[in-house]
Design a protein around this ligand. Structure first.
Ligand code: ZN
Length: 133
């Protein structure tokens, strides 16, 4: 594998929700890791790519209010800890959902949305966010 594919893999997991599973203890890691922190040497060369379903449940969440600023255009948003059905827990924004319905244990699924746009250059980054099922 060359440098390019390593870079691709780094960014790729944000789009495809791909985890790595340790071939030794079967634990899943997202973002992917090349070595299992539990098995160390035993896991070398045994980390396998696993496609995640994008389905999970809210573990906890917080409503984030941006600090007031002359440029603030963003309304409060929700950051949640989401436990995926396959096991990994990740932090992500909850979008397009009625905030009053948010509760720990509620089902969510991943969607791909614009994360940010870098000013004049117009570079748009996409990544996963979650919506209530
Ligand atoms: Zn392991």
């Amino acid at each position: 594998m060359g440098k390019l594919s390593a870079v691709w893999r780094e960014t790729n997991h944000r789009y495809r929700l791909v985890a790595h599973q340790c071939g030794n203890c079967k634990k899943m890691y997202f973002p992917p890791r090349d070595i299992c922190p539990d098995c160390h040497r035993e896991s070398i060369g045994k980390m396998k790519e696993k496609q995640l379903s994008g389905n999970g449940r809210i573990e906890s969440f917080t409503i984030v209010h941006d600090a007031p600023s002359a440029f603030a255009r963003q309304r409060p948003y929700v950051l949640a800890l989401v436990k995926l059905d396959e096991g990994p827990i990740l932090t992500a924004q909850i979008v397009d959902s009625d905030f009053s319905e948010l509760e720990a244990g509620k089902k969510v699924r991943a969607v791909f949305r614009k994360i940010r746009e870098d000013g004049k250059g117009g570079i748009i980054q996409y990544g996963y966010k979650f919506v209530l099922e």
